[in-house]
Ligand binder design. Structure first.
Ligand SMILES: Cc1cc2nc3c(=O)[nH]c(=O)nc-3n(C[C@H](O)[C@H](O)[C@H](O)COP(=O)(O)OP(=O)(O)OC[C@H]3O[C@@H](n4cnc5c(N)ncnc54)[C@H](O)[C@@H]3O)c2cc1C
Length: 334
């Protein structure tokens, strides 16, 4: 079994994809801001594009694919964006040098730190040239209650985990803080006459399992297939309808896995350590939940995890229950 996944650095990876599209014959424009999608009789027919130097014009196309990321250009234009009521996160992160090296044999691996809070966790992702991306995710209400600045809040979360403290002891921040909040959402529709949404412009799930690039790449690939099929068969609504189902069914698996993680973080560690489940946990987190075999495996695992969760929750003596080791709530985020 493949026991690893890939860690791509987005600046190089995105430049590579862009160059590849150009080499395959796509007309590529950089530094252009799409202001809005143009509709004629309910059908998307192009975009209004502008550059900083005043250049501005309408560009027409047979199909418009919105890949504008969390700016969600078309979803906002059509008022289709639905914020997720269950995930109300707040994230702060930056790049650091001089963090403690990973233990021998684990160089290059992505680390997650648990912070003893039900809805919080931290990531530590090594990048090239000795730089690491390090960030924390927490419930937005915990940040608001704390009365701290974002940096003080970050430091207070680091202090909750001794390993994390050790990692950050000599760390020097090399970029400004990035802050992102309320970022989980989905859309009422994913495709319509002459248009499709892909990547974050289509849906965003909390990043705990690094599903974002998986969603972006697979949805783009499936959108490509749907467009070709619609041209071959002349039935755009059928091809685009199938696209919508396919991508949503896959991302539902990411979503449900994430929701279960937030219900009980320890559950994942427990299943990952069990010989019977270890391979399924690894395979599920490697991605591509759109594939029927992968989807069935992940759904089976989720079902077993939910049963385990019910057992844990219904037993007042089970120490895996949230807060079981802190009945007085003394380990709050403050
Ligand atoms: C805190 C956090 C941590 C994350 N960690 C991970 C992780 O570890 N692993 C992972 O896989 N994913 C992670 N993600 C998610 C990941 O970043 C996204 O899912 C992924 O970048 C989506 O790719 P995309 O191409 O859809 O959007 P983007 O990468 O955002 O690209 C959108 C592009 O569209 C351009 N654009 C936007 N609007 C316009 C416009 N009007 N005109 C012209 N161009 C426009 C933007 O400039 C940008 O270049 C994380 C996200 C967050 C918030």
């Amino acid at each position: 079994m493949q026991t690893y996944s890939y860690n791509v650095e987005r600046d190089e990876f995105d430049a590579l994809l862009f160059r590849h599209a150009h080499e395959l014959g796509a007309t590529t424009l950089q530094g252009i801001n799409v202001r809005n999608v143009i509709f004629e009789e309910g059908r998307a027919v192009g975009v209004r594009a502008a550059a900083d130097d005043g250049w501005e014009r309408d560009l027409f196309a047979r199909v418009v694919v919105d890949a504008s990321g969390r700016r969600c250009l078309l979803a906002k234009q059509l008022r289709m964006k639905q914020k997720d009521a269950d995930f109300n996160q707040y994230s702060i992160w930056s790049w650091f040098r001089d963090v403690a090296p990973h233990p021998p044999g684990q160089e290059g691996m992505v680390f997650f730190h648990f912070l003893g809070l039900e809805r919080a966790w931290a990531w530590h992702i090594p990048l090239r040239d000795g730089v690491s991306s390090i960030g924390v995710v927490t419930d937005k209400a915990d940040f608001q209650k704390s009365g701290k600045t974002p940096e003080e809040f970050f430091d207070s979360l680091v202090a909750r985990n001794r390993t994390f403290v050790h990692v950050m002891e000599g760390a020097k921040r090399t970029r400004p803080w990035w802050i992102e909040a309320d970022y989980s959402y989905q859309m009422e529709r994913v495709a319509g006459p002459g248009w499709l949404l892909v990547g974050d412009a289509f849906r965003f799930v909390d990043p705990i399992f690094s599903s974002g690039v998986d969603v972006a790449l697979y949805s783009a690939s499936f959108a490509h297939e749907a467009i070709l099929r619609s041209w071959e068969e002349g039935r755009e609504d059928a091809a685009f309808g199938d696209y919508e189902r396919r991508v949503n069914e896959g991302v539902d698996v990411w979503y449900e896995t994430t929701a279960l993680f937030y219900q009980l973080q320890q559950l994942f560690g427990r299943f990952a350590l069990q010989r019977d489940h270890r391979a399924d946990v690894a395979r599920s987190l490697q991605g591509n939940p759109y594939d029927p075999v992968n989807q069935a495996r992940s759904r089976r695992l989720l079902s077993e995890m939910r049963s385990a969760y019910e057992e844990i929750i219904s037993d007042p003596r089970n120490l895996l229950r949230p807060g079981a080791l802190d009945p007085a709530g003394t380990r709050s985020s403050g």
